[in-house]
Design a protein around this ligand. Structure first.
Ligand SMILES: Cc1ncc(COP(=O)(O)O)c(C=O)c1O
Length: 361
């Protein structure tokens, strides 16, 4: 008899984008750019760096378990009470704690095929049944999700905007969906790309709704450029959040992460500069793809997904781009094997990618 439960034997692990050093070694090339993980290509706010350096004197001590200063800052910024806020080792850690808090055997989860692969891994790791419904035109269709609800549904996961497609569902769709949702279901709204879409009047900021059954997740990994220190936060009714607090690891996030988070939120200039750069980069991608006749989906994030005829084409193209020093993300693990996601880089990186793409095509 195996020591390993069947659902763990069957588990497909999370496969990250390949690293720059790995590709340099594998192909013997000097210049490699990574456009695979939706990181901030500019770097990180200098104020956040200073705050982390200053915090180094304190790393012999465990971090503040309550993330007091960071939660105070988030509370002030988003006008939400501190007891409705949770922080974690990346938003994924909060997502995982929520999955472990709310799901028990026999429950079901619903989300889409073609969304954040990390969520699939978490649910499968718990051996919980997950229903994957299709996207419609590469977008979450909340009607299809509503139709898949059963009496066993406990969590619905919605990524808005969605990764890897870059699309978002609109206010009217979310209103309708939430108004008709049966009781007893928790909706996780993953807003990892919130900063990129928040100016769009059609976007339903899930915080505005003050709903009893919604957990909102956000991150410092994307717009704030802090992927490497793992820092995320979430909002929800205190009656839900207090239980996630019991389940999560007590001392996350670490001392430098908490300090960096407060400083990053204070540095609006860095954020605005990056958002502008990203918008220009997206326009560059659109015109590149238009010129080359590549189908793509317009995005409200820091990446653009393009669509090909087959997985074979995607694999060949990605491999050829790797040889030219460009790492992109083929989307088989996300359930979209005929698609590739490319993160918007610095302008010189975008141009390097454009040149490589034209050559390999
Ligand atoms: C939709 C979505 N949610 C969550 C994450 C993970 O965020 P974090 O780095 O905060 O764990 C990602 C990262 O790629 C993402 O695309």
């Amino acid at each position: 008899m195996s020591l390993i439960p069947q659902h763990i034997l069957d588990l497909q692990p999370y496969v990250p984008g390949r690293t720059i050093d790995e590709i340099k070694r594998a192909y013997g090339i000097n210049r490699v750019i990574k456009l695979a993980s939706n990181e901030n290509p500019l770097g990180v706010s200098p104020q956040a760096v200073q705050a982390m350096i200053a915090s180094m004197h304190e790393i012999n001590r465990y971090p503040d378990i309550s993330s007091f200063l960071l939660r105070e800052k988030l509370s002030e910024m988003f006008n939400v009470n501190s007891d409705a806020i949770i922080t974690g080792h990346g938003s994924e850690a909060i997502m995982q704690a929520a999955v472990r808090t709310f799901l028990t055997n026999g429950d079901e989860v619903i989300t889409c095929k073609g969304t954040f692969v990390g969520f699939y891994v978490m649910v499968n790791a718990c051996g919980i049944k997950m229903i994957l419904v299709p996207l419609k035109e590469y977008k979450f269709d909340l009607n299809i999700i509503a139709d898949a609800i059963t009496p066993k549904t406990k969590i619905i996961y919605l990524a808005n905007p969605n990764s890897p497609t870059g699309t978002f569902f609109h206010k009217d769709e979310f209103d309708d969906f939430m108004n008709n949702l049966p009781e007893g279901i928790i909706v996780i709204v993953d807003e990892a790309y919130f900063e990129f879409v928040k100016g769009n009047s059609l976007f339903p900021d899930s915080l505005d709704y003050k709903l009893d059954n919604v957990i909102t997740l956000r991150t410092f990994s994307k717009a704030y450029g802090l992927a490497g220190i793992r820092l995320g936060y979430g909002f929800g009714k205190p009656e839900l959040i207090e239980h996630i607090h019991k389940v999560r690891l007590p001392f996350e996030p670490g001392v430098p992460s908490q300090a960096a988070g407060v400083a990053a939120l204070n540095d609006k200039q860095f954020l605005d500069y990056y958002l502008e750069l990203n918008n220009k980069g997206k326009e560059f991608f659109y015109s590149l793809y238009d010129r080359l006749g590549i189908e793509y989906v317009k995005s409200e994030t820091n990446f653009v997904m393009s669509i090909f005829d087959s997985e074979d084409m995607v694999n060949k193209l990605s491999e050829k781009l790797l040889r030219k020093g460009v790492i992109v993300r083929p989307l088989r693990p996300f359930g979209l094997p005929h698609c590739i996601r490319v993160t918007v880089g610095l302008q010189e990186e975008n141009e390097f990618y454009a040149k490589a793409l034209e050559e390999v095509l």
